[in-house]
Design a protein around this ligand. Structure first.
Ligand SMILES: Cc1cc2nc3c(=O)[nH]c(=O)nc-3n(C[C@H](O)[C@H](O)[C@H](O)COP(=O)(O)OP(=O)(O)OC[C@H]3O[C@@H](n4cnc5c(N)ncnc54)[C@H](O)[C@@H]3O)c2cc1C
Length: 431
């Protein structure tokens, strides 16, 4: 097993150059993850080509190039809380932005011919507990509050799709998809360059200075003078002494890819769906085109070594597919950092005239970064005022390590409550 991700091992190398010398543009974007790339392409698609993107490493270096690859609706904040905070009408509109983000990805993959193993096979939410009542309520809520139809999968049906005794019923989000996220990032960067938008790599922005008529961004070897700036640094934001850097909590989650399994894979997953489950600390997994299984899960502040990572993920795999866990070899294992705000929602905000932020998508950001990145492009070009929908999500500080410890404690608490619920339902089933 090596510490390169499956995505890095199977995507072409990025060929971006670092920023050198003095430059000027209308909009400068900090961060080459899905959020920054979506803002940039949204601007180009609206006719604004005077854009520069600056990435500290290579595009997709952050969560966007390391994630599970699930393209589905929703935010890190749960739907219940979204409804409670905004009321039915606005909550539905906000949720719809994430579905539009998923649809935008589908369209861009086709339109720009981005080769990224995009598979519109649907996503299964598998019930870990045998709690049909809660699952039915979820299905009903998605239908009535968000106009989304998640198909019911009875236990027998689900077990014929996934060969695991671990699950009970499930819900299928049929219009969801999964893909190779790093290839998608690189594809977006390629499209931007084709439209003459410079995408600089190895170009960490060290300082953003307000000046007359805009901002001056400094990297190690150059500067960009821009009228407007969008900060989209996710959980990898660093080196910037701004309020947003103090408001982001970087939390790790872990992924591994097995060796190719050939026909054996189909004995466990009898289709192309991506799968997660109903626990707070859920597993997420999906088949890869070359018959590997991509397996992810857990949330923690720890950055373990490869052996520990493999041990954790194998233990999780054994709970779902015990036979497979005992025989399979992991070829890659890695982690990525999710950028959380305390309120679990992204921040879409102008903190000073012309200084915007699209950041804090947490563990549910593939489709939302597209939707909200595009919204940001519309704000910058057409004065779209829907960013006000997010005005309650400010940038409360997370107090560094103390915040990380609090997040870890919350996760452990949630794990315990998952465990207690599992015990309760086991007792109930055996009664
Ligand atoms: C392992 C993992 C699995 C996940 N699985 C899923 C999933 O299956 N589905 C889903 O919806 N979501 C998933 N997520 C969440 C999702 O990946 C993120 O929410 C999303 O990618 C965030 O995108 P972003 O552009 O905001 O941040 P990032 O992708 O982290 O990008 C930020 C970029 O900004 C750059 N940067 C930071 N500071 C600077 C600076 N000063 N100068 C220049 N550049 C800078 C970084 O290098 C980085 O490349 C997962 C996350 C992880 C970590």
């Amino acid at each position: 097993m090596n510490n390169q991700s499956y995505y890095q091992a199977t995507a072409p190398w990025s060929n971006g150059l670092p920023l050198n010398g003095e430059h000027e543009c209308e909009v400068a974007i900090v961060g080459g993850g899905f959020a920054g790339l979506a803002v940039a392409l949204g601007l180009v698609e609206r006719g604004q080509h005077d854009v520069t993107l600056l990435e500290a490493h290579s595009v997709g270096h952050g969560a966007s190039g390391r994630n599970g690859g699930f393209v589905f609706g929703g935010f890190s904040l749960g739907e219940e809380e979204l409804l409670a905070q905004h009321g039915p009408e606005r909550a539905r509109e906000i949720y719809q932005l994430t579905l539009q983000g998923g649809e935008m990805i589908r369209r861009r993959v086709g339109h720009y011919e981005i080769d990224c193993d995009y598979l519109p096979a649907g996503v299964i939410l598998a019930d870990w507990f045998g709690d049909d009542e809660t699952l039915r309520a979820k299905q009903q809520q998605m239908r009535s509050a968000f106009d989304v139809d998640w198909q019911w999968l009875a236990q027998d049906q689900l077990r014929s799709m996934l060969n695991s005794q671990r699950y009970f019923s499930g819900l299928l989000e049929a219009n969801a998809a999964h893909f190779h996220p790093l290839k998608y990032c690189q594809g977006l960067a390629r499209v931007l360059r084709q439209h003459e938008v410079p995408v600089y790599e190895d170009s960490a922005v060290r300082q953003i200075e307000q000046q007359q008529g805009g901002y001056l961004l400094r990297t190690d070897n150059g500067t960009v003078r821009a009228r407007k700036v969008v900060i989209a640094g996710g959980g990898y934001i660093h080196g910037l002494n701004t309020p947003v850097a103090k408001a982001i909590l970087p939390i790790a989650t872990y992924v591994a890819a097995t060796e190719p399994l050939g026909d054996r894979l189909g004995e466990f997953i009898r289709g192309d769906w991506a799968v997660y489950d109903t626990r707070f600390a859920f597993d997420y997994y999906r088949p890869l085109p070359d018959t590997r299984l991509l397996w992810g899960g857990r949330i923690s502040i720890r950055r373990p070594n490869r052996q520990t990572l493999e041990r954790w993920l194998r233990r999780d795999l054994a709970k779902v597919f015990p036979d497979l866990a005992h025989e399979v070899r992991f070829e890659q294992a890695w982690y990525g950092l999710m950028g959380y705000m305390r309120h679990k929602m992204p921040c879409v905000q102008e903190t000073q005239p012309g200084l915007w932020h699209v950041i804090g998508f947490g563990g549910h950001g593939v489709a939302p970064t597209s939707g909200l990145g595009d919204l940001m492009a519309s704000v910058l070009t057409h004065g779209d005022d829907r960013h006000r929908w997010f005005s309650r999500y400010q940038m409360p500080p997370v107090y560094g390590f103390a915040g990380s410890l609090a997040a870890q404690a919350t996760y452990w608490q949630a794990q315990v409550s998952d465990w207690l619920k599992d015990m309760r339902f086991r007792k109930h089933r055996s009664a």
